[in-house]
Design a protein around this ligand. Sequence first.
Ligand SMILES: [Zn+2]
Length: 578
Amino acid sequence: MRLTLAFAAAAVVLAGCGAMRAVLPGDANTGRAPARTAVEAAPSLAALSYPPLSPNALMEHVRVLSSDEFEGRLAGARGEAMTLDYIERAFSAIGVQPGVVSSSGMVGWRQPVPLVTSRVTNAPTLDIAGADGVRAYTFGAQHVIWTKHMEASVNVADAEMVFVGFGVVAPELNWNDYQGVDMRGRVAVILINDPDFGTGQDRGFGGRAMTYYGRWSYKFEEAARQGAAGAIIIHETEPAAYPWAVVENSNSVAKQDILRPDRGMSRIPIEGWVNNAVGMDLFARAGLDFAALKARAQTPGFRPVPMNLRMSVSLQNELSEAVSYNVIGVLPGRSRAGETILYSAHWDHLGRCPPDPDGDDICNGALDNATGVAGLIELARRFANDGRQERSVAFVAFTAEEQGLLGSEYYAAHPVFPAARTVGAINMDGLNIYGPARNIVVVGYGKNTMQDLLATAAQTQGRVIAQEPFPERGSYYRSDHFNFARIGIPSLYAGGGIDLVNGGEERGRALQNAYVSERYHKPNDEITEDWDITGGAQDLQLFYEVGRVLASSDQWPVWNAGAEFAAAREASMRSAPQ
Ligand SMILES: [Zn+2]
């Protein structure tokens, strides 16, 4: 995660939900008493005594899920059992059916997500040799590196470094930053964001809006496809949209990943960032003009540039495995039960965080994302009260979103409802807690026609849809809907709005910025007196309406021209059994 986009949700996402991470189960000093059994401590479902989708019902769910008792709902830790139990009891009380059918035919709520925690234990220096000798850069302050290889140690020795611009291979744009270089055994040095950023031009990379090519995760994925031995991103605050501290904090601690069949061996051995000063130092030592080469990298026809530098690093890695769970419920349809509309929200948060001044170290995650889970349960209740629709409506609470969208990535690789028969998806990550708004912000504005359904529904509330205020931050790629989109499912991620009925845009922006700077991923992301979730309830009505229209029709939302996920939809439709 991640600021000030589609309302607080965007705020959550901008900085990347995984920015600040709490103590992980693998962390040595957890040493806590085992979790109390859910049955003994099961909090009441008082929320269900209020009308569905009502502010009171939402607040009651949030009160329970963000209470200290749930210990910040860290995936794989103490709060997980209580959270899953609460969601499942609510779903069954509402009449939602368990959605997961295991290979043995057992029907249940939980989709197991195998997770592995890895931690670099030797704070390795990054040794870069050049004409001026070897310089060792320190871990944390100057660089952060890690490996997705599930191995105890990884070594790269004397690997040639190559500047590859933005490290983008976009055949549809006839763009290849790796043109003509064999990256095997070499290290790619890469710029963050995409070639359009800051140029005021649109060369197909979305102009001001960041494309997935601009995301750090894309950079490492592409370098792996090129067979590189390592990939190092140069940090620049503006194109990255966050300061070095965020990079250092989220990457110099234990990391979680999905336990992959290949144990991560298809990834590059070394992934990492250097801070801006080190980046500039490397170019100076290589006798290269950074500004001139960056300008060239923003121009079609860029070619990789050898840096006459060689990198060596030896990394020690501590590994531990655990299983967390996505919770999946469904309201089966009637005539078109094989076609599904999906609602999603991640249930996990950070668990325990660095304590704040009064010693509170539980990151309660009230806004992020107890509100989304409350919305998910209440939407299920609203649909259950409606009786059966023509199509099925499913509700997915994802795990490990804070660790890098892992629960939804696992779901996308093992979809419970076939992607080609999934009509559309609506993701909730943070609801509006600042009162009603005159508009609703769509993150990834213009990507697909789910947005048109939202615009029609918004009119019934006298509201309009709006673009996200900071498209350059690439928020569409920072929450779970992104993994739906990657398998082609037209996905909507919208929230609140900046134009508040009480106080307009000015108050809207001020409140969002205050949340990001004071509460985002901190122990005080808690319910406060000034919460007014009627705005969130207003949005849920719209999300309900979009789903109801789809569930009672044979409409198939589509990706708009130019959307990078259209190809995935075509492919999944083509490969679907007819
Ligand atoms: Zn979140």
